[in-house]
Design a protein around this ligand. Structure first.
Ligand SMILES: [Zn+2]
Length: 411
């Protein structure tokens, strides 16, 4: 089936051949075509260009996009969408003065989510998570990474990963899975971190790899959680099974997590709220994408990733939601784009590059997602009538989406 989107006011993020990523000054450039057409065949982008160059071929469907903008769907490269229940009570506790760390020390935080998840059936976990997938697709996300890490037992971690796999087969959105067994230390291992790491590495990881349940491996490398040495041990083990690192580093403290990520060819290092000059330097000439999560900083009231410094050094940057019950109960990439502009001083062009092409790279999807390019997936957002794409971050807290197409299907 061939569909023509005609009379597009402006077609955003077009490219003739897929770029790997956009870095430094290039991030200020957002290639667009005014008065454009977009032609899709089934789930693939067939052609695009200026309306005056459109050769009248017979099509099955025409969508008149007069006055409206078309851009690729968002690529959200860091989420924890599969979880049970919520942590609304902790939100109230924080308003009343407790810190994230104090809440975690009182048995809240990740352990609270793990307790709920362990007693939730796979079917129920699927239903709760599917609602969030539907919600983010409506908000314009066409590809998403989802982590395990709220199981913290073999059965519960595998349950999470099986739910992720099922979501991927039941929805048109592309989903990549990450094994995050080393997210927190379960109470039974409270004084025995190395035993827990051995359990993750020897008991869970081999099954994850054998059943092909994850492509990436992650760890919460942070003071009070897992050290740089723990991280190295896990990444080494993951490497043996062909799992690529995408790791949580430098959220509250800078302890060398970025360096270890680069050493093990991490596809991305995520969070980066606390960055020393040497943490930025080590990313230069690496294949590792720095990923910032501004909604998390917003919700927790912690510093924002120094995105301006990262980009001005010549590095690329991707932006993701971190959608999770504790620190970011929101999967709205439109808000991420706005917050990056407002709080990190990114230009709209930089923020859109960071949430499309660079987000796709951070999930290994740069050949199929993240831009309007012939042969890529027909994933795009048709906006309401807006004056320009800058209106998307400007109208923060709202969204300007009229319709979302994922793999050629209207959502
Ligand atoms: Zn996270």
């Amino acid at each position: 089936m061939i569909t023509l989107i005609s009379n597009i006011k402006e077609l955003i993020q077009v490219e003739d051949s897929p770029k790997k990523m956009v870095s430094g000054k290039e991030m200020k450039i957002l290639p667009t075509i005014k008065n454009a057409f977009l032609l899709i065949e089934n789930d693939i982008i067939k052609d695009f260009g200026n309306m005056k160059d459109f050769n009248n071929i017979s099509v099955d469907n025409v969508v008149d996009a007069s006055g409206r903008t078309v851009l690729p769907t968002w690529c959200d490269s860091h989420t924890h969408i599969v979880y049970a229940g919520n942590r609304e009570q902790e939100f109230i506790d924080r308003i009343n003065g407790l810190s994230y760390e104090e809440i975690a020390n009182n048995g809240g935080g990740i352990l609270n989510s793990a307790k709920k998840l362990q007693t939730t059936s796979e079917e129920d976990l699927y239903i709760q998570s599917a609602k969030r997938i539907e919600e983010i697709m409506q908000l314009g996300t066409g590809a998403v990474e989802i982590k395990s890490g709220y199981g913290l037992t073999k059965d519960a971690e595998l349950k999470m990963l099986r739910v992720i796999k099922k979501l991927n087969s039941n929805y048109p959105i592309t989903i990549k899975a990450t094994f995050l067994g080393a997210h927190a230390l379960p109470i039974e291992f409270k004084n025995n971190k190395s035993d827990y790491l051995d359990y993750v590495i020897n008991e869970i990881l081999p099954i994850v790899a054998k059943e092909n349940l994850a492509e990436f491996i992650d760890i919460f490398c942070e003071t009070g959680y897992f050290s740089v040495e723990d991280t190295e041990q896990l990444l080494k083990a993951g490497e043996k099974f062909g799992l690529i690192p995408k790791i949580h580093v430098n959220q509250f403290t800078a302890i060398g997590g970025v360096q270890i990520g680069v050493k093990y060819n991490a596809l991305s290092v995520d969070h980066l709220e606390e960055m020393r000059a040497k943490d930025i330097d080590v990313l230069k000439n690496s294949k590792t994408m720095p990923v910032a999560l501004p909604s998390c900083s917003y919700f927790l009231g912690i510093p924002y990733t120094p995105a301006r410094k990262i980009i001005d050094t010549g590095l690329p940057l991707a932006l993701a939601t971190d959608y999770n019950p504790g620190s970011t109960p929101s999967g709205n990439m439109n808000f991420v784009v706005s917050t990056a502009c407002i709080k990190m001083r990114l230009t709209p062009e930089e923020a859109i590059n960071a949430t499309t092409i660079n987000g796709a790279y951070a999930m290994g999807l740069e050949k199929t997602h993240g831009s309007i390019c012939r042969g890529k997936k027909a994933n795009f957002i048709l906006t309401k009538k807006i004056p320009s794409y800058g209106f998307i971050p400007y109208s923060f807290g709202n969204h300007q989406i009229d319709q979302v197409f994922i793999e050629g299907l209207k959502i």
